[in-house]
Write a protein that binds this ligand. Structure first.
Ligand SMILES: Nc1nc2c(ncn2[C@@H]2O[C@H](COP(=O)(O)OP(=O)(O)OP(=O)(O)O)[C@@H](O)[C@H]2O)c(=O)[nH]1
Ligand SMILES: [Mg+2]
Length: 257
């Protein structure tokens, strides 16, 4: 008898994705096993994304929505989604952008690789991967950012800033989500770095990233600046982890980077 499909949760952060979210959820559901749950985490988008998400949740049993009152960045939205998925018994937790930059057709590739890895990264910077539509400046910032983080952290991962990833639940349980303060690209670097430091097996599978078709980018200088200073802070272990004080177990799980 074939083994049952693992419980897969896809977490989709949204901020002003009204033009994308319905088509995106439709495409993603089509590439996931029946054991799927899709959790949209919307930070009260002014363009009404949340209402569309609610309609999708009413239509499909496997779609849920988490409404958060304020735009707080990608990191906090993902952490809230991860917590909900873990509490509901998710075995594999996938994160990806909801703007079609990450092609849902790659989902089976990530899930397949997760049979042999604890964290799978959809990677632009391994053979077979790449970026479409970006100008030279954006390419330079992204490639330079990943190279910088790889060098400073001393890890062998080529795409540290990408946001298309599949975690085994054990990874998210171990990396002390409560002590992660990063919000933008730094969040992606930090989760992967913590997974490596905790001894998990991390693999990269090639993906081609494409520019969003609709809607506006939320990337800004602050997000880049955060990544620039947080990466060495991670390495030095002086990352301010204010919220970990509230977690009584945090002390024993704290990493010495
Ligand atoms: N819930 C939530 N989602 C966010 C927030 N910021 C960005 N997102 C979502 O995170 C995903 C990635 O954000 P993008 O705006 O595409 O940022 P980016 O991919 O860095 O920039 P571009 O590729 O230039 O569009 C998208 O699905 C966004 O809607 C936020 O503060 N809260
Ligand atoms: Mg994007």
């Amino acid at each position: 008898m074939p083994s049952p499909e693992p419980a897969v949760w896809l977490i989709l952060p949204t901020y002003n994705e009204a033009e994308n979210i319905e088509a995106f959820v439709g495409a993603a559901r089509g590439h996931l096993p029946n054991s799927r749950r899709v959790l949209i985490v919307d930070d009260t988008s002014p363009d009404g994304t949340g209402a569309i998400a609610d309609r999708l949740a009413a239509e499909y049993d496997d779609v849920k929505v988490l409404h958060r009152p304020l735009k707080q960045g990608l990191g906090p939205a993902y952490i809230a989604g991860f917590r909900e998925a873990l509490a509901a018994g998710a075995e594999l937790i996938v994160e990806m952008d909801s703007d079609f930059s990450h092609d849902p057709a790659y989902l089976p590739r990530l899930l397949d690789a997760a049979k042999r890895a604890d964290l799978v990264i959809g990677s632009r910077y391994v053979p077979g991967g790449g970026v479409r539509d970006w100008g030279p400046m954006r390419r330079l910032i992204s490639r330079g950012g990943s190279a910088y983080a790889r060098l400073v952290l001393g890890v062998g991962i080529n795409d540290l800033t990408g946001g298309f990833k599949c975690f085994r639940r054990q990874v998210l349980e171990r990396i002390d989500l409560g002590s992660i303060d990063s919000r933008g690209y730094a969040f992606q670097v930090e989760t992967t770095y913590r997974a490596i430091k905790a001894g998990f097996r991390v693999v990269e599978v090639p993906i081609t990233f494409r520019e969003r078709r609709r809607g506006a980018s939320k990337m800004n200088r602050g997000i880049i600046a955060e990544a620039v200073w947080r990466v060495p802070a991670l390495r030095l272990g002086d990352d301010a982890r204010g919220s970990s004080e509230a977690d009584p177990g945090a002390q024993t799980r704290r990493y010495t980077f």
